[in-house]
Design a protein around this ligand. Structure first.
Ligand SMILES: NC(=O)c1ccc[n+]([C@@H]2O[C@H](COP(=O)([O-])OP(=O)(O)OC[C@H]3O[C@@H](n4cnc5c(N)ncnc54)[C@H](O)[C@@H]3O)[C@@H](O)[C@H]2O)c1
Ligand SMILES: O=C(O)C(=O)C[C@@H](O)[C@H](O)[C@H](O)COP(=O)(O)O
Ligand SMILES: [Zn+2]
Length: 365
């Protein structure tokens, strides 16, 4: 594929507002006027400080084609996924008379697309948002499926809504400034898509370890597109997570508990990496997954430089956090597990003892 080619991956939900395109490539901002249409006058660009200059470039481009622009600079990473940050954005929208024909653009990683998406979902009960994800993780996952959310004192992503974006513009060039560790944590969600659906992703990662640190490589581009296709396909079928969408939560029950327990000092992708090893060990302990898949999970995460173990003295706190997972039903914990690669299913765990035994498998000494 030539570097300048733009790839379009469509999400095709059952309702009109659940249909949108994810574009991957370079120089995509020119698409914005067509996506928003002629009635849009005002655009709020939400970004963290680290993306200030990118946000300014986006606003400059928008002004040139006649939009009135405003910006909301928000705290970095998980600090941004807070109700007070949403309230600050609502204030900017209110003070500048944003109407239902106006729009928001998010510029940043998954934390920004999550909170900006939540602001868009709630302002006037819903206005349009275009995501410009600037991390690998946000390109392949956070910006794509219309899940928006903020954290509360009790847990991760406990408040949010489903609100599809008008479009997602994955400008590959924005990854040039992304620190290497952030690129690699994004690989956790890419590998997740490999385990739940597209085996070729796992082969590509294993065969090209040296390319994984080069955000502009053809391998990263192919991984981005394959992971987006996995997510777009699932979201098209089950936008509001009534069934198959739960598979996108592979590795997240334990992963979110780590993030919460670490007060968000661990990156999401790093926590999901340990969570995938936990889920693989759980399925193996239940006698449903071959040990070779557990070993492959550990080897892939190791290859990418992602963690595969966690502190061994935190069980009761982790279990308490996992009870608040959205897949729980009453006292019943539910995990996404694999019967094999690309064969995910839900496992209901009525008894904590198998979970504790699994915890011992991933506990660091
Ligand atoms: N809604 C969903 O479906 C979904 C899916 C996956 C993850 N998430 C959420 O996404 C968040 C994790 O996203 P993330 O890993 O992108 O982390 P992040 O948004 O915290 O960004 C990581 C860091 O990279 C910096 N950064 C971002 N882009 C940059 C760039 N181009 N150059 C330099 N620095 C840059 C950010 O400022 C931040 O410090 C979590 O909150 C997770 O819950 C949501
Ligand atoms: O899109 C989904 O659905 C996912 O589960 C994708 C996950 O990677 C993502 O981290 C999501 O935010 C987790 O959602 P939650 O419902 O467990 O909060
Ligand atoms: Zn995730």
């Amino acid at each position: 594929m030539s570097e300048n080619e733009v790839t379009k991956i469509s999400v095709t939900g059952s309702r009109v507002e659940e249909n949108y395109d994810v574009l991957v490539g370079h120089n995509l901002l020119g698409q914005i006027p067509d996506i928003l249409g002629q009635r849009t006058r005002r655009i709020l660009v939400i970004h963290p400080r680290a993306l200030r200059s990118t946000g300014e470039l986006v606003m400059e481009d928008l002004r040139k084609v006649g939009f009135e622009t405003f910006s909301a600079e928000i705290p970095d990473a998980e600090e941004g996924k807070h109700i007070q940050v949403a309230a600050f954005c609502w204030q900017v929208l209110g003070q500048n008379d944003f109407t239902r024909s106006d729009a928001i653009i998010s510029v940043g990683g998954g934390a920004v697309t999550d909170v900006a998406g939540f602001v868009a979902a709630t302002w006037l009960r819903g206005i349009r948002i275009i995501h410009i994800p600037t991390t690998l993780l946000a390109m392949v996952d956070a910006a794509v499926g219309g899940k928006t959310g903020i954290n509360t004192a009790e847990g991760k992503n406990l408040v949010g809504s489903f609100h599809a974006p008008a479009a997602v513009l994955c400008e590959i060039g924005t990854l040039r400034t992304l620190p290497e560790y952030e690129l690699l944590t994004g690989m956790a969600e890419v590998i997740k898509c490999g385990f739940i659906s597209d085996t070729k992703i796992l082969d590509l990662v294993e065969e090209n370890p040296e390319k994984l640190r080069d955000s502009q490589s053809n391998v990263i581009r192919e991984l981005i597109e394959r992971a987006i296709k996995v997510k777009a396909d699932i979201v098209s079928e089950d936008f509001k997570e009534a069934g198959r969408r739960e598979f996108l939560n592979y590795g997240h029950t334990f992963g979110h508990a780590i993030e919460y327990n670490e007060r968000y000092q661990w990156r999401h992708g790093a926590a999901v990496s340990v969570g995938m090893v936990f889920a693989a060990e759980l399925a193996a302990a239940a006698g449903n997954l071959d040990e070779s898949v557990v070993a492959r999970t550990r080897a892939l995460c190791d290859l990418v430089g992602l963690p595969t173990s966690y502190r061994g003295d935190q069980w009761s706190k982790l279990l308490e956090a996992m009870r608040r997972d959205k897949k729980s039903r009453g006292a019943l914990l539910r995990f996404v597990v694999l019967d094999d690669i690309a064969k995910p299913r839900i496992m209901e765990v009525p008894d904590d003892s198998i979970l504790f035994a699994t915890y011992l498998e991933i506990a660091a000494n």
